[in-house]
Design a protein around this ligand. Structure first.
Ligand code: FNR
Length: 416
């Protein structure tokens, strides 16, 4: 009701409340390349459509006359009580949406008590994000081909106060991103979204080695500072539009940094056996993101994972992949309460979150909608998008006849 009251007093929302209007407003605020990158999916976009369509198979089944005047959205996750069951999913390269990128997102999340999963492809080093916001943070890792780099990133995550590590398993190859291909656009080749690497001592060493091999020796001395400065020079030189991706990277230093990044980003050779190494690198809880098969969920728990994150990367990796909501109930059954189950891909409002929670998700993660809020109105835009999802979840909880999100189960839904 606070949101309606604000309307009566003449205050206009900073971002559109309707999910489609939100996306359209973000499209206007963003360059064609940035919008294509953020909104796009793999292939013809069938997984994105299927993610949404899977919600249509479930309907909320309201039960009135149950006194819902006191409602409680709080839940327990990673050993702590959280004010709500919402997480902000890791989104890379948010500097394309707003110059404050992850700093703005972290502050908005903290103001609502929503844990923020900081991306491996963030635009600011994790230490700087920690300084900007004392809120709950998790660190998302793309498993690099360099184990030394993996170990270093996880050390930094632990030292900068992250509560857990989220290892993303569905990006061992980059998806067939048709909208980006049409624009010949890949942010990483322009030095965007690689701040976590350029601020890393192991990565800096790899860049120096590569630049040395590429000879002739660069005229600047290679220190961590010059690696970072070199990459920002490359950004300025490489235009966001046009196809001259390498055109701006004439200096051997930024070129070495970007090429080193392309070498170490992820590895298609990763197996279950490799995952065990993460336990030696960190004492933080480890959550596996990108699980969509019940057998993999069982295996993750058996292998000692501290959480399973059901995700198809918002439909950005495989065209015509299984929608996450369709597999959620089976995965929840297999996990059987042993570890938390996080859910994402296709959540656009509080009723969607309600359905996922009723089907057994412990936490629900939001992706693109908050990036749209960021693009339109920075930190305030993110806060408003997240607050709107929470408000709709609270209203849906009460209207369906429940007082606590911990009590909702599949009997709160009807299958169509
Ligand atoms: C992502 N996602 C993602 N996942 C991840 O583990 N690391 C990352 O760096 C990114 N980067 C990223 C950028 C952008 C622009 C998008 C849209 C998505 C996937 C993300 O964490 C999440 O799984 C999906 O966004 C959830 O789907 P919805 O809510 O966007 O439909």
């Amino acid at each position: 009701s606070d949101i309606y009251r604000a309307g009566i007093s003449g205050a206009r929302p900073a971002v559109p409340v309707h999910p489609e209007a939100l996306e359209q407003a973000a499209r206007k605020a963003l360059s064609a390349e940035a919008f294509a990158y953020i909104a796009g999916g793999a292939g013809a976009g069938r997984t994105m459509d299927a993610n949404r369509a899977a919600f249509d198979r479930w309907q909320v089944w309201p039960r009135p006359l149950r006194d819902v005047s006191d409602r409680d959205l709080s839940t327990s996750f990673l050993g702590k009580t959280r004010p709500s069951p919402l997480l902000l999913a890791p989104l890379g390269v948010m500097e394309m949406a707003h110059p404050e990128a992850d700093l703005a997102v972290a502050r908005a999340a903290a103001s609502l008590g929503v844990p923020y999963v900081l991306s491996n492809q963030a635009s600011f080093p994790m230490e700087q994000v920690a300084e900007a916001s004392g809120g709950a943070r998790l660190f998302q890792l793309y498993w690099s081909s360099s184990d030394e780099l993996n170990a270093s990133l996880l050390r930094r995550a632990e030292a900068s106060g992250c509560e857990a590590v989220v290892v993303t398993l569905d990006t061992h190859l980059l998806g067939w991103r048709t909208r980006d291909l049409d624009l010949a656009y890949l942010p990483f080749t322009r030095g965007l979204g690689i701040a976590q690497y350029t601020s890393d001592p192991v990565f800096q060493q790899l860049v120096r080695e590569r630049a040395r091999q590429a000879g002739p020796a660069p005229s600047v001395r290679m220190t961590p500072k010059t690696v970072i400065a070199g990459v920002s020079m490359a950004r300025k030189a490489a235009p966001i539009t046009g196809t001259g991706v390498r055109g701006g990277l004439r200096s051997p230093l930024p070129r070495a940094a970007v090429e080193t990044f392309l070498d170490v980003f992820s590895t298609p050779a990763l197996t279950w056996a490799d995952l065990a190494k993460a336990r030696e690198w960190t004492s933080l809880p480890i959550i596996l993101k990108g699980i969509v098969h019940p057998d993999d969920a069982s295996r993750a728990v058996d292998a000692g994972a501290d959480g399973v994150w059901v995700s198809n990367h918002g439909g950005r990796q495989i065209d015509a992949s299984v929608p996450t909501l369709a597999v959620l109930p089976e995965i929840v059954e297999r996990v059987d309460g042993r570890v938390p189950v996080v859910f994402d891909s296709g959540v656009r409002g509080g009723a969607d979150a309600f359905i996922a929670l009723a089907l057994g998700a412990t936490m629900v993660a939001l992706g693109r909608p908050y990036a749209y809020g960021l693009a339109i109105a920075g930190e305030a835009g993110v806060r408003e998008v997240v607050r709107n999802v929470l408000a709709e979840l609270d209203i849906t909880l009460g209207l369906s006849g429940h007082t606590s999100i911990r009590e909702i189960a599949s009997d709160a839904l009807r299958r169509t």
